[in-house]
Write a new protein. Sequence first.
Lengths: 167, 186
Amino acid sequence: MKQLYRPEDPGILKRKHDAAAAAVWTIAAGALIACVLFCVFTNTANAEQMELLSVAVFAAAGWVVIYLSTFVVAALRYEREHTERMLAAEKTSLTARVRMEKGTVRIHRSISVRRLSATEGGKTRRLYVDERRARELERALGGEEKLCQLDAAGGYVTAFRVHDENP
Amino acid sequence: MRILKNIASQLHIYLLWLFAAALLWGWIFTFVTDTRPEKKVTVFVEAPACLDRELAIELEKTMPEGIRMIKVHPFTYAMFDESTLLGADLYVIPASHAADYRDSFASAAGLPLAEGRTVSPEGGIRIYEAAAGTGGADGYVTYAPPGGTGEDYYLFFGVKSIHAAAVNGVGDDAALPVAERLLDMR
């Protein structure tokens, strides 16, 4: 079985989160210092250019901070929280024919996921796999529906093994 | 591609931030880079056109003692806030409007600066003579409308100025050398 969640993952994700948060603070502080310097070096002759420059730096730094906060820092936090939940959760096993659906779904205030349809005994279940961990499963399925053994917790796939149907 | 998709999903936030940054930082910048009235001489010009920034730069070349900044504004600057206009140190006003603002002026009659110059009934010193077509700082201020001769313009001291002690008895006289430069600038 290929395990998608490793016990050391939360620690790694925390370190990445802290580094990204530090980068965001550095960018914000750097932009603020730059804007203060623009003010300090302003005189009547260059006031218009300095104002334009400081507004441009303030706006651009804000955009970068908004982007990183939303799509990097927050995403890493959600990823760590999700990983911790998955590692602590009780898993159920199933063997089903699995097909990965196209496209990504971003869950509000949580991770982005890929959807799977798992057909077992004529019944189809909807399962999810963390988008960041979906690549291996996608590669193993090769865009086809294949028989797989899955471990799942709360609707999320935590481990998989693709059965070789043509031995 | 993924970055663009992420940005597109929050485009409204980025646009809102741009708007807020321009307004907020524009205001902060103006507030921070401005200086206290005691360190600043403010000139308001009511004329068809005025190169306010260039005129301020020229006037700042010989800054009066204790002054860090000379501000030149067209009258439209006071469109939303009259306090700056009413507290200004110097005004350049056409003769036909002088009576409208009479209460805002301190008379310059009797000042050594006014000697040998034409003084209006409101106490302003003539800065532009329409008949001659020349005047002080006429390289920066367009006194006459295009194709016309316009009218005479007068330089007034503000009654609330803290830099015209010689005419209203308050503060220092830093506005006087600025007024003299305006009158004599060619």
